[in-house]
Structures are given as structure tokens and as C-alpha cells.
Design a protein around this ligand. Structure first.
Ligand SMILES: *Cc1c(COP(=O)(O)O)cnc(C)c1O
Length: 400
């Protein structure tokens, strides 16, 4: 099979590897990007070849559409490279990527640990499906230290789920400490690593299964939904790939092709968005209307030291706590008066977004007091000075 690319090595920089990953052996006949391979039926020369093919269901081996094809395999290789894992599985949404490993490692009678700051729909899986199947979930304070994390584990605990920083409230978790106590008790560590994309190497910090909502910075253009489950050994691969197959999980090759296109520019987008996000966050931090900016890269963030130890950078999503003298309605009016920030779910695209969060999120482990109404900002690729000017005029709508 011809190798169409300059091979990547682990010693090269992220941007270099991102340009060359997944381009080997995709039959592109000299074109840089692979075409979209659509297909359900895969034809074999004879029955024996088909029987042989069925033995390769845990490999990148084409036997039927649900097993994936060349477009999927090229993209999965890129995500595995970004995450530093051995195998990646692409699925239709980020939420499906959360569900697959939970279902792979939990059965009736088991216990699951979920951070109180988990992505809301991940909570819904626990409180809906898992609860109905007799799987108990404990929501824990995401900032637990090693001893407190160890104390959470029960004899029937099978999954220590993590998401760092947490959705909407941006607590940074001590993943290495959690992994140490979990592994000592045979518990799998799952992590939603969407915020940390490329800035946090999950397997170097003890994570067993890394989840990405590729809908965010990988897609990067707010026009595609995808998720990935990445692992770092064969046993975990068999667990997640097997469960995904049982559930009939699949990602459209058209969407995968779009995401493969989007990911090639992710290094430059992330660099620019990180810088712009920090510029806006620092400006907000200096405003009297703002009580706190929840951005792990700011020295004032309560877990800044852990972020600095474990992450190599930040994305451009963060939270803002306004002074307690304001009502949530004031913050909603402020957001309504923004001209450059869209009001809507998701993040990681090229455009800036703002949403209120107080009243829209669930916390149950006593970690819900933030001392003022809150919002979440996503900083896009606009000029930061324009975004700051927009925020300045919107802050002026707050009551005096
Ligand atoms: C958006 C998001 C998801 C889910 O991704 P979808 O593709 O929208 O289903 C999962 N985890 C986190 C942290 C997210 O922000």
C-alpha cells in the first residue's frame, strides 16, 4: 500500500503531526485528502475470504459499512495521534462517545462515580438509563483530593468518570491522583477530555478511556456533530469497540470527511483562540461588575496549580460570575445586548458564543454556590478588541 505522506513521529510538534497524521495508506492517488467513501455492502471475492474477514472485527478492516471505511480510518488515526492513544473509535455525536464506554464497563449492581460538574446529558445517562438498569451513581465534588477520591470507591465501583475542567464551572480535577486510587482498586478511569483537546494528554495522566466531543474544536465550524472514544490498550479497545458494535453506533462518512478537513487547521485555530480567550478573560477579570472569571489558566483560578502541572495550554471556553448584586435577568439582558456573541449551545467553532448558566445547570454534591449569577463565553476567531468593545457596551446595560 503506498504511503502518501511524510510519516509522523512522536517527537515532532503538534502542528506538524496534525498536518501529516492519518495520511498513510489511504489510496488517495496523490491527492492530499482522502475522498468520502460511502458504503454499506463490502464485496468479497469468495465466501472463504468473507469468513476470514469476519475475524478482523477489532481492526481497521472493511467487512461492512458499520465497521467503517477508509475515510473513518484516516480520521480515527488523526484523533488517536492527538490523544496519544493506540485506538480511536469515531461515533455520531459527543454524547454517544460518553454513552458507549459507560455501557461498556457498567452492568446491573455496579456503582459509577460522576463529577458533580459533568456535562448535563452525561448526568442524564446515569439518572435515566443506568439507574433503570440498577446501576447506582454517586456525584462527587470534582475537586476531591487523593484521600477523598479513594474514600468514594466501593467494592462494586467499576467506573471513576472525570471531566476536567468541569462543564460550565471549570473545576480542574487531579486526574493523576484519581487514576492512582482507581487503578489500585481495579476501577476504570473515563475522562471527557473535550476542553483539554491536545492540551491534556489523557493516557500520560492515567486515563483509561478518553472521550471527545469532536463537534467542538475538531469540527471547528459549527456544522458537524461527531464524537470519539480513544483508548491505549487492546483490552479497553475490545470493550469499547465491542459495545459500540452491539449498539450499532456509526458516524456518517460525509461528517467524518468534514471533520478531517476541519482538524487540519485546528492547531492554528486553537493557538489564536487560546490567546484571544485569555485576553478577553483578563479584561473581564478587571471589571467591577465581575466577581470571578472561571478560567483555569488565570492565576486566580482555585485549581490553577493543577492546570499548570497537567495541561500545556487552554482552549477558549470559560465562565464568568457576576457580582451578587445583579439578578440572573440582568445577566440575560446583558447577553441579549451583545452584537458579536451568538446565543446558543455548543462551542469550539470559529464564532463567539454566550449563554447564561445559573438556572440552566444541575449540581447535587454541594458544589453549586458560586456567589453570583453566571454565564459561559466561547471566544471565536474575531478580533479580541472587537469582542471586548462589544462586552463593554453590554456591561453598560447592567443596573447602576
Ligand atoms: C458538547 C459536549 C458533549 C457532547 O457533544 P455533542 O456532539 O454535542 O453530543 C460532551 N461533552 C462535553 C464536555 C461537551 O461540551
Amino acid at each position: 500500500m503506498p504511503d502518501d505522506s511524510i510519516p509522523s513521529t512522536k517527537t515532532q510538534g503538534f502542528a506538524t503531526r496534525l498536518s501529516h497524521a492519518g495520511r498513510a495508506g489511504t489510496h488517495v492517488h496523490g491527492f492530499v485528502n482522502p475522498p468520502v467513501h460511502r458504503g454499506s455492502t463490502v464485496l468479497f471475492p469468495n465466501c472463504e475470504a468473507r469468513r476470514e474477514g469476519a475475524k478482523h472485527r477489532f481492526e481497521q478492516y472493511m467487512t461492512y459499512g458499520t465497521q467503517g471505511g477508509p475515510t473513518h480510518y484516516a480520521f480515527e488515526d488523526v484523533i488517536a495521534e492527538i490523544e496519544g492513544g493506540t485506538h480511536c473509535l469515531v461515533v455520531g455525536t459527543g454524547l454517544a462517545a460518553v454513552a458507549v464506554p459507560l455501557l461498556a464497563y457498567l452492568k446491573t449492581g455496579d456503582h459509577c462515580l460522576m463529577p458533580d460538574s459533568a456535562y448535563g446529558p452525561a448526568r442524564n445517562i446515569c439518572d435515566g438509563l443506568l439507574k433503570g438498569w440498577g446501576i447506582e451513581t454517586t456525584y462527587y465534588d470534582p475537586t476531591v483530593n487523593e484521600a477523598a477520591a479513594a474514600a468514594l470507591i466501593r467494592p462494586n465501583t467499576k467506573v471513576f468518570y472525570t471531566e476536567s475542567p468541569g462543564s460550565h464551572t471549570f473545576e480542574v480535577q487531579d486526574i493523576p491522583a484519581i487514576a492512582r486510587v482507581a487503578h489500585a482498586r481495579g476501577v476504570k478511569v473515563l475522562m471527557d477530555n473535550t476542553w483539554g483537546i491536545h492540551h491534556f494528554m489523557p493516557f500520560q495522566h492515567g486515563v483509561d478511556v478518553s472521550i471527545q466531543a469532536l463537534t467542538k474544536y475538531v469540527g471547528g465550524h459549527s456544522d458537524v456533530l461527531l464524537g470519539s472514544v480513544t483508548v491505549n490498550d487492546e483490552a479497553d479497545w475490545r470493550a469499547v469497540r465491542g459495545t459500540s458494535s452491539l449498539l450499532g453506533q456509526y458516524a456518517s462518512p460525509d461528517d467524518v470527511w468534514l471533520a478531517l478537513r476541519g482538524v487540519r487547521t485546528m492547531a492554528v485555530r486553537l493557538k489564536r483562540q487560546e490567546a484571544s480567550g485569555l485576553e478577553v478573560a483578563r479584561w473581564l477579570e478587571g471589571r467591577p461588575e465581575v466577581k470571578q472569571v472561571m478560567h483555569p489558566a488565570l492565576p486566580g483560578h482555585p485549581q490553577h496549580a493543577i492546570w499548570k502541572r497537567d495541561f500545556t495550554g487552554a482552549c477558549s471556553l470559560f465562565g464568568v460570575v457576576f457580582q451578587p448584586r445583579y439578578a440572573m435577568e440582568d445577566v440575560m439582558r446583558l447577553i441579549d445586548s451583545l452584537a458579536l456573541f451568538g446565543i446558543g449551545a455548543s462551542w469550539g467553532g470559529f464564532e463567539s458564543l454566550a449563554i447564561p448558566t445559573t438556572g440552566f445547570i444541575t449540581r447535587s454534591a454541594g458544589t453549586g454556590a458560586f456567589g453570583g449569577p453566571m454565564a459561559r463565553l466561547h471566544i471565536g476567531l474575531e478580533e479580541p478588541a472587537d469582542l471586548i468593545a462589544d462586552l463593554e457596551q453590554a456591561l453598560a446595560t447592567l443596573p447602576r
